[in-house]
Design a protein around this ligand. Structure first.
Ligand code: ADP
Ligand code: ZN
Ligand code: MG
Length: 477
């Protein structure tokens, strides 16, 4: 019988904090600005420039660590990780090795695999590097240091995951926590969340871990799933051939669906870590931890439970609605303004998710005004927008920031309630389609939909479907 293998995965996740300024200087962290316009001697790594820790970074790190059930190192320090790379002009990265701010936490994940705890080994603060832009045209590489010194949290899990589904659930859960805390938007595609996947395989039932590799360059859930599958197969093949897996860092290329070795795995000793002499050790008082703990928000899971209680939503509906904090916030404010809860929730999930997917909108960036949603729902409730028109208005609200009442008038989407006009059009449609009328009267009920459709078309989609049906039936009697 063929051997069976188990995949073992541990993740190193980097989260870019959304603080206004960088971790050790006052430069802005704003994304997408002209190259090297947000740089000072500190983040450009000039000799002699002195870093000072951004208080907000420490606070966000504490909040995240507590949310992950971590213990806090109340005496924590920064260390220098020494290496040369052109995007790192200091020739070292300020990070934490010996006394990271948080350690020994756990994150609960749920999915088709059931419920499980993924242990968090540690979480530390560090600075991001700059970016190299490789220009094939001029055959040169340029360095942009705007990102240099942007604060990062690195969260290191224990090797507790066993599949791509568990990895996806873990990352989604981290994203939700960070978004509810407001510490990061965690967008894989934009690099504000980056995951390095450490993976090994072992024979099913074995208690020893196999040799692992680390994969970098994964910027979508799809790429992560592909990389896990590809690397699992590569390692199994090696073992089956009696060869050894080499511990190394590999770069995944999602277009080629394969990975290539980047460098052999380096150890802490290769980096010559030592305590950064420019930064004082930090002592975190109990009172501060208590304050951060008190200020923790209601997280997605708690909110979902409350929605089930308060509005009688199913577990699945409540989970979907709380997936993105901004959408759940819009929901709450709309309900406070007397929107019907169930209807508000339906629009904020089904249609919203569909429109976002089709138009490529980031769900976490949707900023619908609660009052607009309330007004919109009232129009639907009053029967002023039929189903099709309502979808059109909602899409304009979401994707183009349009105000519903203005938009529906401008686009003439309001349901026409002119019974005289409807009567005349229904009459006309019946006269123009004698065959269909005969078929209907002969008992072929399917053609009724065809007649309704024709009346709707003549009314330019603005009639109330139930009225159209009633008028037609009356006339066909
Ligand atoms: P190092 O200090 O060499 O970087 P760590 O112990 O910090 O190694 O582990 C780095 C990451 O690799 C962690 O997320 C950990 O869970 C994961 N990991 C460690 N050993 C294995 C293994 N045998 N298989 C899969 N992942 C592993
Ligand atoms: Zn700076
Ligand atoms: Mg490590």
């Amino acid at each position: 019988m063929a051997k069976q293998y188990e995949t073992v995965i541990g993740l190193e996740v980097h989260i870019e904090l959304s603080t206004k300024t960088k971790i050790f200087c006052g430069c802005s962290t704003a994304f997408g600005k002209e190259a090297n316009t947000q740089v000072c001697p500190v983040c450009a790594g000039m000799p002699g420039a002195l870093p000072v820790l951004n208080r907000q970074v420490l606070r966000s790190a504490l909040a995240m660590g507590l949310a992950l059930g971590c213990k806090v190192n109340q005496l924590c320090k920064f260390d220098r990780k020494n290496y040369f790379y052109p995007d790192n002009p200091q020739n070292y990265q300020i990070s934490q090795l010996y006394l990271p701010i948080c350690h020994d936490g756990a994150l609960e994940i749920v999915g088709g695999f059931g419920k499980k705890q993924v242990r968090i080994h540690e979480m530390h603060m560090e600075e991001d590097a700059g970016k190299l832009i490789h220009d094939d045209w001029s055959d040169s590489s340029l360095a942009d240091f705007n990102r240099s010194g942007v604060p990062l949290l690195e969260i290191v899990s224990e090797p507790d995951m066993r599949s791509a589904e568990e990895v996806t659930a873990y990352l989604e859960q981290l994203r939700k926590i960070a978004q509810y805390l407001g510490v990061s938007d965690c967008r894989l595609q934009e690099g504000s969340m980056r995951a390095d996947v450490n993976l090994s395989v072992r024979e099913l039932g074995s208690t020893e871990f196999g040799t692992r590799t680390e994969m970098k360059n994964l910027n979508s859930f799809k790429a992560i799933a592909h990389a896990i599958e590809g690397e699992r197969e590569r390692q199994i093949e090696l073992l089956e051939e009696g060869k050894a897996v080499i511990q190394e860092t590999r770069r995944w290329d999602d277009n080629k669906e394969s990975s290539k070795p980047m460098r052999s795995k380096e150890d802490a000793k290769d980096y010559r870590y030592f305590p950064d002499p420019d930064l004082v050790p930090i002592r975190i008082p109990d009172a501060w931890i208590e304050e951060v703990r008190r200020e923790q928000p209601e997280f997605a899971g708690q909110r979902a439970a409350r929605y089930q209680q308060e509005y009688g939503f199913s577990a699945a509906d409540a989970a979907l609605l709380t997936e993105y904090k901004n959408l759940a916030d819009i929901f709450e404010k709309a309900v406070q303004l007397a929107a019907p809860a169930k209807k508000a929730a339906n629009w904020l999930t089904g249609e919203t998710f569909r429109i976002a997917r089709e138009r490529g909108l980031a769900l976490e960036k949707i900023a619908l005004l609660p009052l607009d949603l309330v007004n919109f729902l009232a129009e639907v409730e009053k029967g002023n927008l039929n189903n099709q028109a309502a979808k059109k208005v909602f899409e304009a609200m979401l994707a183009e920031n349009r105000e519903p009442l203005v938009y529906m008038e401008e686009q003439q989407l309001r349901t026409v309630r002119d019974s005289g006009l409807l009567e005349r059009i229904a009459q006309k449609v019946l006269e123009e389609n004698p065959t269909a009328v005969k078929e209907f009267l002969d008992g072929k009920e399917k053609v009724f939909g065809f007649l309704v459709g024709n009346v709707m078309k003549e009314m330019r989609g603005k009639a109330a479907p139930d009225e159209v049906r009633a008028v037609l039936l009356e006339k066909l009697k």
